[in-house]
Design a binder for this molecule. Structure first.
Ligand code: MV4
Length: 450
C-alpha cells in the first residue's frame, strides 16, 4: 500500500480524496495555485505545496510542476480526481515513466477510450451494442454525407476527440448537413487539433444512463449499478440519481453485464464509467467510456455502500477488488444536486466572490461534499462547482423528500448560486413522475435554455 499520495486536483474532490486517504492511514500532499492558498484541501492535507500562479495552465494542468512536486515530496502515487489531467494520456505516460503510480487506468487505455470513434469500433467488435451508425470515422463532408444518407436522417455528427457534447451537431437532412458537419469539424480542429469525425443515428429524447464499473489488475470486473444523468443543461449535468426510474431489474442486469463485457474487452483497470443512451423503447447503446472517477460518484457510493475512492487506491496499489458481483448489493435511492456559483437568471454566468455565510444541511441520509466555508473566496479561475448535496432514502419518494428538505435548509450567502433552480427542479411534478429524459430542462425550464 502507498505511504503517501499527491492529489493533483482542488476543491471538493481534493477534500474527498484526502478524507479517504486519512481513513486508510495514507499520508497526503496537496498541490495548490496562488489563488487557492486558503483552500480547504491545502489545510486538510498532511503537506501542501504551491505549484504556480492561478491560471490552470501554470498550475493544475502543469504536468512538469505536478511531477516535480510529487518527487520533491516523496509521494509514490498521484490521484488526479476528475477534470484537469485525469484523462490526459501524456500525463499518465509521464507517471509511468517516472515510476509514480497513476491512480486510474493505464495511459494506453486512456488514449484508446479518449478516441471516441476507436472506442466505438472496439465495442462493436466486442459485441457491445453501439448507437447505429458508421464503423469507420470520416474526414470530409462528402464522405460523411454519403454515410448519413446510408444511416438515415436525423444523424448525430460527433468529434472523435470530443466527448461531453463538444464538436457535436444534429443534422435533420441533406440541406443542413454540410453546414453542421463543417461547424462540428471546425470546433474539433480548434478544440482538439483533430478533424476526425464520426456519425451515429440520432436517438430522439434519450436518457443518459451510465454504469459504474471497477476493475482490478487480476481481471476482476464488477458493475455497481447505473446513474441517470439525463437532467443536463448544455451538456453540463445538473443532478444525477440512482437507480433510474426508467430501468427495471431485468434491464439493469442486461446493461450491467454489457458494461462489464465492455470493460473486459479493453482490459480495463480501476474506476470507469460506461455511458449508454437509452431510447424510449428501452433499447440501450454504448456511447462513450470515461476513464476517471466522476463528479457524481457519491450517488453510487450511497446505494452500493462502497467507497469508490478507497477502492481506486487499493486497486492501484495492486490489491484485489473488495467485492465480487454477487456481493454487490444496491439498496435504496440516491440523488445528487450540484450547487454552483452561478446565476441562472443571467444565463448561468459564473459568480465568484466571498461567501459571507454558509449553513449546510444534515440528518439521516444527507451528505455534503464541499470545500467552502464562511469567508471563503470563490476564485474566478476554475469551474463554478461549490458543493454536491447528496441524499439517500429507502425509495425515490423518500429521497426526493430528503433532497427538498436539504435544499430548503442549505444557506449560501454572499454570492449567487443555482440553489433555487435545483429546488424548482425537485418540486416539479414531471421530476416527481420520473419523466426525466435529456429534454427535461429544455421542455420544462425553457426560460433557462435561451
Ligand atoms: C447522442 C444523443 C442522441 N443520439 N448521440 C451528449 C454529449 C455526449 N455525452 C453525447 N451526447 C448525446 N449523444 C446520439 N446518436 C444525445 C446525447 C445527449 C444529449 C444531446 C443533446 C442535448 C443533451 C444531451 C444530454 C445527454 C446526451
Amino acid at each position: 500500500m502507498f505511504d503517501k499520495i499527491l492529489i493533483a486536483n482542488r476543491g471538493e474532490i481534493a477534500v474527498r480524496i484526502i478524507r479517504a486517504c486519512r481513513e486508510m492511514g495514507i499520508k497526503t500532499v496537496a498541490v495548490y495555485s496562488e489563488a487557492d492558498r486558503d483552500c480547504l484541501h491545502t489545510l486538510l492535507a498532511d503537506e501542501a505545496i504551491c505549484i504556480g500562479p492561478a491560471p490552470s495552465g501554470q498550475s493544475y494542468l502543469n504536468m512538469e510542476r505536478i511531477l516535480a512536486a510529487t518527487v520533491a515530496m516523496k509521494a509514490e502515487a498521484i490521484h488526479p480526481g476528475f477534470g484537469f489531467l485525469s484523462e490526459n494520456t501524456r500525463f499518465a505516460e509521464l507517471c509511468e515513466k517516472c515510476s509514480i503510480a497513476f491512480i486510474g487506468p493505464s495511459s494506453s487505455l486512456i488514449n484508446r477510450m479518449g478516441n471516441k470513434s476507436e472506442a466505438r469500433k472496439t465495442m462493436m467488435e466486442a459485441g457491445v451494442p453501439v448507437v447505429p451508425g458508421g464503423k469507420e470515422p470520416v474526414h470530409t463532408a462528402e464522405e460523411a454525407l454519403k454515410l448519413a444518407k446510408y444511416i438515415g436522417f436525423p444523424v448525430m455528427i460527433k468529434a472523435s476527440s470530443g466527448g461531453g457534447g463538444k464538436g457535436m451537431r444534429i443534422s435533420y437532412g441533406e440541406e443542413d448537413f454540410e453546414t453542421n458537419f463543417q461547424n462540428a469539424q471546425m470546433e474539433s480542429i480548434k478544440g482538439f487539433s483533430d478533424d476526425t469525425m464520426y456519425l451515429e443515428k440520432y436517438i430522439e429524447k434519450p436518457r443518459h444512463i451510465e454504469f459504474q464499473i471497477m476493475a482490478d489488475k487480476y481481471g476482476n470486473v464488477v458493475h455497481l449499478g447505473e446513474r441517470d444523468c439525463s437532467i443536463q443543461r448544455r451538456h453540463q449535468k445538473v443532478l444525477e440519481e440512482s437507480p433510474s426510474a426508467a430501468i427495471s431489474e431485468e434491464l439493469r442486469q442486461r446493461m450491467g453485464e454489457t458494461a462489464v463485457k465492455a470493460a473486459k474487452a479493453v482490459g480495463y483497470e480501476n474506476a470507469g464509467t460506461i455511458e449508454f443512451l437509452l431510447d424510449k423503447d428501452k433499447n440501450f447503446y454504448f456511447m462513450e467510456m470515461n476513464t476517471r472517477i466522476q463528479v457524481e460518484h457519491p450517488v453510487t457510493e450511497m446505494v452500493s455502500g462502497l467507497d469508490l475512492i478507497k477502492e481506486q487506491i487499493r486497486v492501484a496499489a495492486g490489491e484485489r477488488l473488495s467485492v465480487t458481483q454477487d456481493q454487490v448489493c444496491l439498496r435504496g435511492h440516491a440523488i445528487e444536486c450540484r450547487i454552483n456559483a452561478e446565476n441562472p437568471s443571467r444565463n448561468f454566468m459564473p459568480c465568484p466572490g466571498v461567501i459571507t455565510n454558509v449553513h449546510t444541511p444534515g440528518g439521516n441520509g444527507v451528505r455534503v461534499d464541499t470545500h467552502i466555508y464562511n469567508d471563503y473566496k470563490v476564485p474566478a479561475n476554475y469551474d463554478s462547482m461549490l458543493m454536491k448535496l447528496i441524499v439517500h432514502g429507502r425509495d425515490r419518494q423518500e429521497a426526493i423528500a430528503k433532497m427538498r428538505s436539504a435544499l430548503g435548509e442549505l444557506i449560501i450567502e454572499g454570492i449567487d448560486t443555482n440553489l433555487d433552480f435545483q429546488f424548482e427542479i425537485l418540486c416539479h411534478p414531471a421530476y416527481e413522475d420520473g419523466d426525466t429524459d435529456t429534454h427535461f430542462i429544455p421542455t420544462y425550464f425553457p426560460e433557462y435554455c435561451k
